[in-house]
Design a protein around this ligand. Structure first.
Ligand code: SAM
Length: 207
């Protein structure tokens, strides 16, 4: 895979749908908002949100955390900045690729992702970067959809994958738990939230 080309392609897809993203996500958001709230109340200290998108999580962070957020799509970032202004919260938001972050090693106490590792072109590279910038003993919280292991659903997700991939830039057949292992994460706690597809992943970063 030519990661640089793939990255430009996926970034452009998110730029293209940025204006419609919140509208397209309305049907899913009733299920997601509760999950976002539950996950984000576990954040503490210096928090990095990777792939902030239009800023859907920003409503749910505790008041006492310091939030930094990145996304590689400038158009999604515009929306996230509008959101942070609307909720009156100071958040550092940077245009940055999760596969190659500008932060020093061991910068953050908590790293958060939601529905991001379906899209990152080289997910293992992005996960290794999270491991690097998160402090030793820090927490990684992920709300991610993955490919089902069920016999009928798994091949169906492979067949349907080109639709969301071309429309959004998101894959529905990623094996994010395997990717976490490839990125050398241990102590991975996984909770199924909807079927075996939507998962809450909690990791204590040990390095
Ligand atoms: C499906 S959206 C999810 C947005 C948000 N986290 C949410 O829960 O609504 C995926 C986001 O990840 C961003 N993204 C994907 N790959 C990325 C990368 N390599 N670096 C930074 N952002 C990335 C996309 O631009 C997009 O905004």
């Amino acid at each position: 895979m030519d990661t640089r080309n793939e990255t430009e392609k996926i970034k452009n897809r998110y730029n293209r749908i940025s204006g419609m993203y919140n509208f397209l996500e309305i049907p899913m958001e009733s299920m997601f908002s509760k999950r976002r709230r539950e996950m984000l109340k576990e954040t503490s200290g210096k928090v990095l949100e990777v792939g902030v998108g239009t800023g859907k999580n920003l409503d749910y962070y505790p008041d006492n955390v310091e939030i930094t957020a990145i996304d590689f799509s400038p158009k999604m970032i515009e929306k996230a900045k509008e959101k942070s202004k609307k909720i009156g919260r100071e958040i550092k938001i940077f245009e940055m690729d999760a596969q190659n972050m500008d932060f020093d090693d061991n910068t953050f106490d908590t790293v958060v992702t939601s529905c991001v590792f379906c899209s990152v072109p080289d997910p293992v590279k992005g996960l290794k970067e999270i491991r690097r910038v998160c402090k030793n003993g820090g927490k990684i919280l992920m709300l991610e959809h993955v490919k089902s292991n069920k016999p009928l659903l798994a091949p169906l997700m492979d067949i349907l994958n080109p639709i969301p991939l071309n429309l959004y830039g998101a894959n529905i057949n990623r094996n994010t738990i395997e990717n976490l292992k490839k990125a050398r994460f241990e102590n991975i706690i996984v909770k199924d939230l909807w079927l075996d597809i939507l998962k809450l992943i909690i990791i204590r970063n040990e390095k």
